[in-house]
Design a protein around this ligand. Sequence first.
Ligand code: HEC
Ligand code: HEC
Length: 244
Amino acid sequence: MSKITPQVNGAQLFTKHSFKGEMTATRPSPVFVASLSLALVAMTSLALADGAAITQHGNTRRALACMTCHGAQGEGTPTSGFPRLAGLNAGYLRTQLDNFAQGRRVNAIMAPIALALNDDEREAVTRYYAGLRGAASTAKPVPQTNVPGASLANQGRWSQGLPACIQCHGAMGVGVGSTFPALAGQSSIYLENQLRAWQEGTRAPGPLGLMKGVADKMSAADIKAVAAYFSALPPSQSTLGSKP
Ligand code: HEC
Ligand code: HEC
């Protein structure tokens, strides 16, 4: 990325030709023209922010390298609760970065990182992750249906008005569009943290408050069981090959 910072000030903008204190002509100076082209160069390089480079090195405004926590291929660090980002929908990821930056989603690690990314960098990095496959999964290809968590995930619990998770998150938790993120193959610690965050109000209710409504009806045991269930499913690659 270009490190050029165009410094344009009023005095440089125009050369004022005056005669006996009187202004007679104002025309753009070469300095102004040069500044303008530098500004254009800077804008072009921003628009082309390199998503892969940011994940590897961070940026000059102190965004940390994403891969330290989210893995070399976006697979996450499941045991630390650092989520998998590979193959998640770009629009969904982008909304979450904006949420961290604007405090709608409270997280001490991600807030300063999101704030250190400008608009184009957020766009570049989320597109990059959406197109990644992630490291090979050790998840079983077919989930067991008789494990705790399976019935809540696939049937819900209608006595409580709790819909099946897959109604919104798609069969096998592969995710649906930019609104309903993939849960399959996600870190179980991370999934538990999110469900608790909704219960505790540290994550914004999101579209139509749907997830806050779901999470509020879940017990601690439900959360553990359903998180374990989805984390054992093969990770979603639903966005692979599709344009973000
Ligand atoms: C020091 C570790 C760390 C680094 C570095 C880091 N993250 Fe994160 N990231 C986290 C944690 C922890 C969470 C989960 C926060 C929570 O529980 O809400 C997270 C969550 C996210 C999410 C939300 C995922 C979802 O499914 O909603 C996105 C998007 C994200 N990070 C993007 C990035 C990007 C892009 C970078 C690099 C510019 C980055 N992160 C660097 C630790 C990190
Ligand atoms: C009525 C639709 C709906 C149902 C049913 C639903 N969800 Fe969600 N879920 C959402 C939406 C919408 C989001 C995105 C929220 C946001 O943008 O912050 C979401 C996000 C999540 C996330 C955050 C994922 C991430 O990457 O950060 C988790 C975890 C989650 N849901 C778990 C569940 C579980 C477990 C169930 C079943 C018990 C379930 N959901 C049922 C709509 C639903």
